[in-house]
Design a protein around this ligand. Structure first.
Ligand code: XXG
Ligand code: FE2
Length: 356
């Protein structure tokens, strides 16, 4: 696949991942999952769409559920630092030869002047600055549940050629915080950030463009355990796909759920600070069975294979390009569903009693 050139115009100053627009096939069922079970707050809703936000958010929404015929993702939205950065985003993607649309009144409720693009990796990206402010519910503990989702943390995107995508994100001003590689130089995944956490989005190697997951953060590990208990009590434990556990990459505590359409949602907490310009990149060996789960628990195959389709700017499903390099599933998971333990770990090993 061809290298994506760096445009001559400066990249827009991106602040953070801000919102995702999900197309869902049954709005009532999705509302039940995101509002009644997970506790996201409804900012606004009508018969076609529900605008949701997390408890610490002050902008209009972090998630839009829009009714449609096929489950898919309509937009990955980023907030930029100023109105001029929306102009820069428009010029940047035009120079890349991408399809670009600008709407001064915004594409969705609550957001003003914005640009939507079909980016070089095939994803529908949006950039905006103008947005309606709403009440920030940080102190409204009467509205917090034990599993309170407080912030949108990151997106995760499936793309066939991770190094190609990584260069595109670095040109766009992202820092690479972590990645997964093998000795032969194959890259399986990369995590890239604008805000001072491990990521605003990550690239997972696979057939794409597809959306792997959208992640919301909660404050503490016990909040994640409460969500598991609640799903059990509601007899919908089959929505749990992977976890709870501790990631190797990012060191965050995690849980992956599947919504009524199969869209994957991660609940995430307690990664580390990455805001310095010389923050070092952490590289993990694909054969290190603690990379994706620090306790060495197996990753279910569906986590590697399943992902949501994405839409072009006309609302049509984007065509999928196959990954040519080996998938992480083939590289690491045996017939029993378990990954291999990295050779040499025993020699490095720990000595009982020397930790404190
Ligand atoms: O947010 C993440 C993830 O991308 O969802 C996955 C942080 C780490 C991981 S991994 O499974 O690689 O530990
Ligand atoms: Fe994630």
């Amino acid at each position: 696949m061809s290298v994506i050139p760096k445009p001559s115009v400066p990249a827009p100053n991106i602040i953070r991942c801000a919102s995702m627009e999900l197309v869902v096939t049954d709005l009532a069922k999705s509302r039940e999952f995101y509002v009644d079970v997970l506790g996201l707050v409804v900012t606004e809703e009508d018969e076609n769409a529900i605008y949701l936000r997390s408890l610490e958010e002050f902008i209009h929404h972090n998630l839009i559920l829009r009714k449609g015929p096929v489950a898919a993702v309509a937009a990955f939205s980023y907030r930029v630092a100023s109105p001029e950065d929306v102009d820069l985003a428009e010029a940047y993607y035009k120079e890349l030869g991408c399809r670009v649309e600008r709407k001064k009144d915004g594409f969705v409720k609550g957001v003003g002047d914005s640009v939507r693009v079909e980016d070089p990796l095939g994803f529908p990206f949006e950039f905006f600055y103008e947005v309606d402010h709403v009440e920030r519910l940080v102190w409204n503990y009467e509205r917090h549940s034990a599993g309170a989702l407080v912030r949108l943390d990151h997106f995760n995107q499936v793309t066939p050629d991770v190094p190609r995508g990584r260069k595109y994100f670095v040109d766009l001003g992202f820092r690479v915080t972590e990645d997964i590689k093998d000795d032969a130089g194959v890259t399986y995944a990369a995590w890239v950030a604008r805000k001072a956490t491990v990521h605003d989005t990550a690239l997972t190697g696979g057939d794409g463009p597809r959306m792997h997951h959208v992640a919301f953060s909660t404050h503490e590990k016990h909040n994640i355990l409460y969500i598991c208990d609640k799903l059990g009590a509601l007899r919908i434990s089959d929505r749990i796909e992977r976890g709870p556990g501790r990631h190797g990459v990012s060191n965050a505590f995690y849980l992956y759920l599947r919504d009524p359409d199969g869209h994957r949602v991660e609940i995430y907490t307690q990664d580390y600070y990455t805001g310095d310009p010389d923050n070092p990149t952490v590289t993990w060996d694909v054969h290190d069975n603690q990379r994706r789960d620090w306790w060495g628990n197996p990753v279910v195959p569906s986590w590697y294979t399943d992902a949501s389709r994405v839409l072009d700017l006309d609302g049509n499903l984007k065509e999928i390009v196959k990954r040519e390099e080996p998938s992480e599933l083939e590289a690491t998971i045996g017939a029993d569903g378990f990954s291999y333990t990295r050779k040499g770990d025993k020699e490095q090993g720990f000595k009982l009693g020397n930790t404190l």
